[in-house]
Design a protein around this ligand. Structure first.
Ligand SMILES: [Mn+2]
Length: 377
């Protein structure tokens, strides 16, 4: 079976006051063209269809057009789940009726995770929900965070799963391999929980043939090639300018697994341009631009002047001044690291007591420190 895995469309998103709708329209229609060209059998959208729980009407129209084309024109089933930006209930409106037309939209989390079987391949649809919702649904007081909640959901899937068939999980969350920095996040992903950890360990998913993830906007694998984020189809923040946006094309059956990245070609790229104001004013661009100005002094009305040559300028910062601030902080940090503990304590004591340590006190501190170090060994 040939599957195209996408996620995080965030239709209707506004980045630094620029609506992304036209760019989304272009890349999503190009996506349908790719689906037809590559003879894709199934399309996955792993959450964050919209950017907001109540999307603007133009966003709903675009989603409707794209789903219509995928199902009527390309003739393939579409599997979509709600992400943390979507409204679970609104996304699920009409879902039972739409399933009759092969549009499978799972908005709200269910006690029994929804399974859709297409040509012998099983898809498990796990829409995003917070751990409190899942705790109440499963009536399981042991669930204290998203990791516990996901474990409970996966265990219930596994209890009825046939390992001889192809089993694919579609989920939306922050999946890591041991450490938080095992995957790369961006600035446009909203936190999934407040007060408890938002991370879920990838080892929970070992029994699936493939896990199609949404949430992180950078295309990346987690631990193995069979657990992947497709990433968003467009750059949605300055932190994403270096990303290569793509969809994942999978060929999968029980004995065979191959994947390939399908590059997304946006109408407008998003870039960071560095230089002095005068240098930048000699050029121009129709891309989305974040400027990093190297001028030592502020330039009067810089952004408005730059906009004449860069109509899609999104932001501006002065890096020379930022570097100066950072380097003075660095010097302080280095200075602290170079001094002895006794010196530092003496400093602290003098400030607090308004008297320096006398020799006896210094001796006592020194001995205490030595003993503490021995205790560690
Ligand atoms: Mn998300």
């Amino acid at each position: 079976m040939r599957i195209l895995h996408t996620a995080d469309w965030h239709i209707g998103k506004i980045v630094n006051e620029f609506s992304m709708l036209e760019d989304q329209e272009a890349v999503l229609h190009a996506l349908v063209d790719k689906v037809k060209e590559l003879d894709v059998d199934v399309l996955i959208m792993a959450g964050d269809l919209y950017d907001r729980s109540i999307p603007p009407k133009e966003a709903v129209t675009l989603a409707n057009d794209i789903f219509n084309r995928l199902i009527r024109e390309a003739g393939i089933p579409v599997l979509a789940i709600a992400g943390n930006h979507d409204s679970n209930e609104r996304l699920e409106y009409g879902a039972e009726l739409l399933a009759g037309s092969q549009l499978y939209i799972e908005g709200t989390v269910k006690k029994d995770v929804r399974k859709v079987s297409i040509d012998g391949v099983n898809f498990y649809l796990l829409p995003f929900a917070d751990h409190v919702t899942i705790r109440q649904l499963l009536e399981d007081d042991e669930i204290k965070d998203l990791q516990d909640a996901t474990r409970a959901q996966i265990e219930s899937i596994k209890a009825a799963m046939n390992p001889d068939e192809v089993n694919i999980l579609i989920a939306h969350g922050y999946i890591i391999n041991g450490a938080k920095d095992s995957v790369e996040a961006s600035d446009s992903e909203r936190p999934l929980s407040i007060g408890t950890a938002e991370y879920v360990d990838v080892n929970l998913f070992d029994d699936f043939d493939y896990v199609a993830l949404g949430h992180l906007h950078k295309a990346q694998k987690v631990k193995t090639d069979r657990v992947r984020y497709s990433g968003s189809p467009l750059k949605y923040s300055k932190s994403e300018v270096r990303h290569k946006k793509q969809h994942v094309l999978l060929d999968i059956n029980k004995d065979d697994f191959n994947f390939e990245m399908i590059k997304v070609e946006p109408e407008r790229d998003m870039k960071v341009l560095k230089g002095t104001f005068d240098e930048l004013m000699q050029d121009g661009s129709d891309d989305y631009i974040f400027f990093e100005l190297e001028d030592k002094n502020y330039v009067m009305d810089a952004m408005n002047q730059l906009r004449r040559r860069y109509p899609y300028a999104m932001g501006l910062e002065y890096t020379a001044q930022k570097e100066r601030r950072e380097s003075s902080q660095m010097t302080k940090q280095e200075a602290v690291e170079k001094r002895s503990l006794l010196d530092l304590f003496d400093d602290f004591y003098s400030k607090y007591k308004r008297n320096p340590l006398d020799d006896n006190q210094k001796e006592a501190i020194h001995e205490t420190w030595e003993q503490a170090l021995k205790g560690e060994e």
